[in-house]
Design a protein around this ligand. Structure first.
Ligand code: AMP
Length: 425
């Protein structure tokens, strides 16, 4: 069996790592992959967003299954294009991926479906948006409609900050077309969690809960990043709330999409705020989260391929997904300067020693092989991950592995999963 994974970050290394353990022993390809995936798969020199080049490779090489990691190729219609070639693909169609690609579309679907979410209004004119913000006051959230590489959302503590965010998007066009429409959204208070679900468009199997750490510095300080670490399970997501999320978030959203003629197949990721009034959706993503995937997949017992294929075939059942009892923690090691301009090309030392820490696995994100050495090649460089009997043990093992690794300017948070312990007392 041939499997193609599209993407080249930590999420894709985790997917390749899990797929490599499948009992069908697939031959793996990764486009473009990184130094980590090259140990388990054949890296293809194809950009993840280069839809025509990926389709051409797939037409010639006929993978039995393609798994698309990042949102950009999903929103650009990679799944539709591969399906036209008669290929089997795990991931939503372009129409379904609009749940992430357009926050306006996502909000329309949520309102129509009665999904609990933050209230918001859409604007294309700065003057009207400014009037609205002044009438509501702060805190308030300004969101560019489209894909903005994680930079399109500004949580504003003051009206002045909101005014700046509105001008950035609507007047200065900082996000181009992606920011030509904005949402002005009610600020929600609470703790966030990521709930990912597999779906064939009708059936839903929720994956283990996880929590991401978006800010660069300890204590959730500093600018937002792609994610500095994650842990699973997230105690804030209680057993009692899971059926509510399944029914009111996933169930209602998929039903509304089907009414619109859209069958969502793949993984649907709901960023959820656990508010005092219950769970509310902050955003949908149309793909596996990064770094949530790095803590969810190592916990998965058994094979992943049957569950992915069931999403394609419309035969998804809960029995296809089961978990090991262990908890999992991922600490992201980033390049100096990230999330601003960052260093590249620094040699990464200590990877074999880190991999030797019991229950640890180092997922590569921005890495490259250069004359036999692994060097940094992206903002987030590694996702150092470990399982443990509980979160405390997983944290200890992950940081034991981090301690074995060094590269010039390496940055990482020292408080990954600390929130979970506050919850547990
Ligand atoms: P999003 O891409 O919509 O998830 O937004 C990025 C981050 O902004 C989220 O992870 C939250 O921390 C924050 N955020 C988004 N929407 C809201 C909201 N309505 N209230 C409070 N925080 C929000």
């Amino acid at each position: 069996m041939k499997v193609l994974v599209v993407g080249g970050g930590g999420r894709e290394h985790a997917l390749v790592w899990k797929l490599a353990r499948d009992s069908r022993k697939p031959r793996l390809f990764c486009a473009p992959g990184n130094a980590g995936t090259s140990e388990l798969a054949t890296n293809l020199n194809l950009g993840a967003e280069d839809v025509p080049a990926i389709v051409e490779w797939a037409r010639a090489n006929r993978p039995d299954l393609t798994v698309v990691g990042p949102e950009a190729p999903l929103c650009a219609g990679l799944v539709d294009a591969l399906e036209k070639e008669g290929l089997r693909v795990f991931g939503p169609s372009r129409a379904a991926a609009q749940l992430e690609g357009s926050k306006v579309f996502a909000k329309e679907v949520m309102v129509a479906a009665g999904v609990p979410a933050a209230k918001s209004s859409v604007f294309t004119e700065a003057a009207q948006a400014l009037d609205f913000v002044r009438s509501l006051g702060a805190p308030i959230v300004i969101k560019a409609e489209g894909l903005a590489a994680g930079k399109g959302v500004t949580v504003c503590a003051t009206v002045e900050e909101a005014e700046r965010a509105i001008r950035e998007s609507l007047v200065k066009k900082a996000f181009g077309e992606a920011g030509a429409r904005i949402l002005v959204e009610e600020f929600l208070e609470g703790e966030e969690a990521s709930i990912l679900a597999l779906t064939d468009g009708v059936h839903v199997v929720m994956l283990a809960s996880a929590q991401d750490h978006k800010r660069i510095f300890d204590g959730d300080q500093g600018p937002n990043t792609g994610g500095m670490g994650a842990y699973s399970p997230a105690p804030v997501v209680t057993e009692a709330v899971l059926p509510v999320i399944e029914r009111e978030v996933f169930g209602r959203t998929l039903t509304e999409l089907r009414k619109r003629g859209i069958t969502y197949k793949g993984v649907l990721y709901a960023g959820i705020m656990m508010t005092s009034a219950g769970p509310k959706v902050l955003e949908f993503n149309c793909r596996f989260g990064d770094p949530e995937t790095q803590v969810i997949l190592p916990r998965l017992a058994g094979d992943l391929i049957p569950a992915l294929e069931a999403c394609i075939d419309g035969t998804l059942r809960p029995e296809l997904v089961s978990y090991k009892p262990e908890a999992c923690v991922c600490v992201v090691m980033a390049a100096g300067g990230y999330p601003g301009a960052y260093r590249k090309g620094d040699e990464i030392r200590g990877l074999p020693a880190a991999g030797g820490v019991p229950e640890a696995v180092v997922f590569h994100a921005g890495t490259q092989l250069q004359e036999g050495r692994v060097v940094s090649a992206g903002g987030r460089v590694l996702g150092v991950t470990a399982l443990g009997k509980g979160l405390k043990e997983a944290v200890a093992q992950a940081y034991a592995a981090v301690a074995k690794i060094n590269f010039e300017g390496a940055m990482f948070r020292r408080d990954i999963a600390a929130k979970a312990f506050r919850k547990n007392g």
